[in-house]
Design a protein around this ligand. Structure first.
Ligand SMILES: *Cc1c(COP(=O)(O)O)cnc(C)c1O
Length: 375
């Protein structure tokens, strides 16, 4: 038999990998370390018993959309929901990307933006961030005016760097794309961990959409539920490309109930922001470079050791962080998710241990510096 070949352009696309290693302390995928409130689980379990399993779910997910809309002070027609914000992004690219079209990304950023773009046949154009991972508006202007991409991705706070774009950045990008009719997507998967958001710029007359998720702040990564907010004409176009009844009844119920627990969600976010501060302060005392983060993770680079080795030695101590060491533009970097107090302490202890072990080895192999001993 001759096997069917996948599309030629897919042969060049690399899969998305995030190793799931079995360890005690898992700080690699930016999940919430805290389960949702028990009252949520109870209400949700009771609600599942009311589902009419022989019927298709509400195709327009009206209850969930209406509740998200009131949460953000927009109309239900301005909200689209899907199976994780990755599916939201896929729908956006199905509608506005595709063959013969371009999407712009500014690296290093979330790998799924370019990955999903390529999977749906979109050409990806890349601009580089500065050494500090900020957006250089001259580079942004250059990439957009030279390529006129149908889709421009921003990500704030950016993954995996944690960098937050100032609000003027989105306005500048909108000014650039407005002329030729490009769509600006701001991925705010970590939006609740920082005070700035592009949601306030949403307008029926702007080609701007903001995506968010229940995976990180709402402690519901297992649920696979995400959404975006944008002008109603754009939301309508997403409904055309989504599969019929794409969002099941269980998910619609869970999301609707979760939104009643806003206070608990806010408390979790405040706790994690506080722990993020503690983590950053403690890292500053170790021989690593640290970048300020507006998300629930911190990017750092060991100064005197290869990142990949440090990653392995942390795994040996049953601590898993994200190994970004070989990612373009992130040489030697590791990313740690903010966990519980206990997890963060375990991480810091393990990291200090790894780096101490290497500095002892390092000084043993170095020839003594004259006069240093007495200093
Ligand atoms: C985690 C993450 C998402 C997430 O996804 P879900 O599909 O909603 O779990 C989207 N964007 C960024 C930047 C992320 O880090």
């Amino acid at each position: 038999m001759s096997r069917p070949r996948v599309r030629d352009d897919l042969a060049l696309v690399e899969g998305y990998h995030s190793p799931q290693v079995s360890v005690d302390v898992r700080l690699n995928t930016n999940e919430s370390p805290i389960a949702p409130p028990a009252a949520f689980t109870e209400q949700f379990t009771a609600a599942v018993a009311t589902i009419e399993w022989h019927r298709y779910p509400d195709r327009s997910a009206s209850a969930l959309r209406a509740k998200l809309a009131s949460h953000y002070g927009v109309r239900a027609e301005q909200v689209f929901v899907a199976n994780g914000s990755n599916e939201v992004l896929q729908c956006l690219l199905l509608a506005y990307g595709g063959t013969g079209r371009r999407a712009a990304v500014f690296e290093p950023t979330y790998a799924l933006h370019s990955h999903i773009a390529r999977v749906v046949g979109t050409e990806v154009v890349v601009g580089q961030r500065t050494e500090q991972f900020d957006l250089d508006l001259d580079v942004v202007r250059e990439v957009i005016t030279a390529n006129q991409p149908e889709v421009v991705f921003l990500c704030s706070p950016n993954n995996p760097t944690g960098v937050v774009d100032p609000p003027e950045t989105v306005r500048t990008v909108l000014d650039l794309t407005r002329d030729y009719g490009g769509l600006v997507i701001v991925d705010e998967a970590y939006g609740q961990f920082t005070p700035t958001s592009a949601v306030s710029l949403i307008d029926e007359h702007e080609a701007l959409v903001v995506s968010r998720t229940f995976s990180k702040t709402w402690s519901l990564a297992a649920l696979r539920l995400g959404y975006c907010i944008g002008p109603s004409w754009l939301i309508a176009s997403l409904e055309d490309v989504a599969l019929p009844y794409h969002l099941d009844a269980v998910k619609q119920l869970a999301g609707t109930i979760a939104l009643d627990f806003r206070k608990e969600m806010d408390e979790r976010v405040s706790f994690l922001v506080e722990e993020r501060g503690r983590l950053a302060t403690a890292l500053a005392d170790l021989p690593v470079s640290v970048w300020p983060s507006g998300a629930n993770f911190v990017l750092f680079r060991p100064e005197n050791r290869a990142g990949a080795e440090v990653w392995q030695e942390l795994v040996d101590r049953s601590v898993l962080v994200r190994n970004c060491a070989s990612w373009p533009g992130l040489d030697g970097c590791l990313r740690v998710t903010v966990g519980t107090r206990r997890e963060n302490e375990a991480f810091l202890t393990a990291l200090a241990d790894v780096l101490r072990a290497s500095s002892v080895l390092g000084s043993a192999s170095r020839s003594p510096v004259p006069g240093k001993e007495s200093a």
